[in-house]
Design a protein around this ligand. Structure first.
Ligand SMILES: [Zn+2]
Length: 380
């Protein structure tokens, strides 16, 4: 049997973030901080180096730079390169067709433009709109709830026309995925609290549940009308996530809503550690898709194998999508590409061995997950 080889399949990375303009970290702790979701200082300065993910990254980077496999050597090697060369060489080595970029994080002024990234990576860039940031802006700009809703409908009435291919929501780590329907009194009360925050501080961090849930329902109506995909952060992620409320099973009310069925829902980050639950949702709801992210969460090889085995064993492979969730430095986009391809080769190889798939089918499944499914889903 010839082993599977996906090294030449161009990737559609269906969820990642932009690349920093400045690639030189201020110090080694700032660099290490890129590889943990924890905001605790000791985690960033110390423990982030003792994860399997980090040790693997150092070794792979050393091979890439042809230097000693130590943190010190790889940092010296990366700083010798001109920043644009550094980005170009990692992104081109990863071989992308499209990067689907969440425009909501990090702040745009820290990042290279999409056109520059597209140029350096020699691939297409498809932007995605983070809805909570849009909502926050509209709440600061409008004095009444009905004006905010009207403005939100107007902005979301033609999302593709504005150049975005999808929406992204971070409600999981604001108020949780159990998005409910609230009474007008509850929503107005939450809106009043939000407006007071605007008045006192000049901005707002939208975590007022009745208000956020209500604006999300408006968003879903608009997305369904345009058959526009929405990505939800699920599971492991930013330190402010209440992991219990990031379980995708909380989305049941939204998924059961008949009028929202035309809106494809992408569960990000393999819903880790709720991978089986997330994959299950992708088997029972036609509009649910399941993202397999090989950059963030920062996992060791065994756990990447496990979530990939679980996803393939539970969900139809026409619903699975490759991603990195990479942020800021091109090394994460790149290591994720290495990891994702090699894990898929191994897992799909096992599927052939066990009689689940023929070699031709395994080949097709790999290309579908690494590339074709995302192209079809986002119509890009
Ligand atoms: Zn992300």
């Amino acid at each position: 049997m010839t082993p599977l080889d996906f090294s030449n399949v161009p990737l559609a990375d269906n969820h990642c973030h932009g690349i920093y303009r400045t690639q030189t970290p201020v110090d080694v702790a700032a660099w290490r901080g890129l590889f943990t979701e924890s905001s605790d200082l000791g985690m960033r300065s110390k423990h982030a180096t003792t994860t399997l993910f980090y040790r693997r990254l150092v070794r792979e980077m050393a091979t890439f730079f042809n230097c000693e496999p130590t943190e010190e050597s790889i940092l010296v090697a990366r700083q010798k390169l001109d920043e644009q060369d550094l980005i170009r060489s990692f992104l081109r080595a990863a071989n992308f067709d499209v990067l689907f970029i969440d425009k909501g994080y990090p702040p745009q002024d820290l990042l290279l433009s999409d056109a520059t990234v597209s140029n350096l990576a020699n691939c297409r860039v498809a932007p995605m709109l983070r809805v909570e940031l849009l909502m926050q802006r509209l709440i600061t700009e409008n004095a009444t709830l009905s004006a905010v809703i009207e403005a939100l409908r107007a902005v979301l009435s033609d999302v593709r026309g504005q150049g975005y291919v999808a929406l992204k929501s971070i409600v999981a780590y604001r108020t949780g995925l159990d998005i409910r329907t609230w009474t007008t009194d509850d929503v107005e009360e939450a809106f009043a609290v939000a407006r007071r925050e605007v008045y006192e501080t000049g901005s707002i961090r939208l975590a007022h549940k009745p208000l956020l849930d209500t604006l999300l329902h408006v968003t879903f109506e608009e997305a369904a009308q345009q058959e526009l995909p929405i990505q939800f952060h699920t599971g492991y992620g930013d330190a402010d996530a209440d992991m219990l409320l990031a379980n995708p099973l909380h989305l049941r009310a939204v998924l059961e809503h008949r009028e929202y069925r035309a809106m494809p829902v992408v569960l990000l980050h393999e819903s880790y550690p709720y991978t089986q639950q997330g994959a299950y949702l992708a088997t029972v709801y036609e509009n649910v898709y399941f993202d397999l992210s090989y950059g963030i969460p920062f996992l060791g090889y065994h756990e990447m194998l496990e979530f990939t085995r679980a996803a393939f064993s539970v969900a139809p492979f026409s619903k699975l999508l490759y991603s990195s969730d990479a942020v800021g430095v091109p090394e994460i986009h790149w290591i994720s590409a290495l990891n994702g391809r090699s894990i898929l080769e191994q897992v799909l190889g096992e599927c052939i061995e066990h009689g689940d798939l023929s070699s031709t089918e395994a080949e097709e499944a790999g290309v579908a997950v690494l590339h074709d499914n995302a192209i079809r889903l986002y119509r890009y």
